[in-house]
Design a protein around this ligand. Sequence first.
Ligand SMILES: [Zn+2]
Length: 337
Amino acid sequence: MKTLPAQEKRCSTDVPTLPLHRCGDGISAQSPPNLEAVRLRYSPLLIAACAGLGACADPLVESDDVTVTSTISEVATSSTSSSTSSSSTTAVATTLPQITTTSVAVITDATMRDDLPVDVTVEFGRSVLGRSLEVIRRGDPNGARVLAIGCIHGDEDAGVDIIRALRTLDVPEGVELWLVPTMNPDGTALDQRHNANGVDLNRNFGVNWAPLGEPGNWQYGGPDAASEPETAAMSRLGELVQPDLVLWYHQDLYRINPSSGVGGQIRARYAELTGLPLLEVTGGTYTGTASQWSRTVTTETGTGFTVELGASLSPAESATHAAAVIAVAAEFLSSTN
Ligand SMILES: [Zn+2]
């Protein structure tokens, strides 16, 4: 697998003022959080999650990473300092026990899908080195659910730009997006395919998993099925979301593997819209892959597949891919069809 040159590492070049591991937050920072949604729909969950997981005090988290507070007085202070003159804002804050000045919330085992707010960054797990794994929900809560993951192999992170583009597009009625910028922030920070344990996350999922390779092997599948925290977290998220479509972005074979049935039609349409050829992906041992796992957590008619991007991706190409995601969801999956 080709290793991209350093200048292709978008997480480290496009968001230079953020720490490397804040790859996904470069996206969320571009859109103000829906604080009202957090206050009204998520506050009790946030309190429980932070108290239970200690997530708000992780030493690897920068001081501005998670600003969830937990007492009324802190809320009042935070609100006063961040809003200049709105008395109504202050009044709301003093009657509610929770506020975020960023928009990070946390998924726990008790979380239900409908608990999760729209347009708010939600932490669904942590990497081996403690970096936040984040998902952002957008669109029609009653729509067909598209789960898109920008990066699983750390040195193949061009797809993060597609997720970034999807943060800004209008989502049509009948479609909902679940956007994961990356499930391997450690790998990107270390400029490597694997996670920090040297495991190929795309061989570590619990469906059709088998021992594969040894530590150091490019496809090392880990000591057990879903042994890695990133894989376990993604597995929980998938079961929670129950998507209709799962998209995984990789580099740099520049193709989409063809298939049959409706899933094959969706792949073909996506390929048509983006200019990618429909060509078989070969050369690896495909046990415990994310795509195979995806098709076990989707709805009955759902599907999941891998998009192999090229060695680089221009902003225009990122926008084209983002539009293609919306288009195939609207054409094949929309709940309004
Ligand atoms: Zn890959």
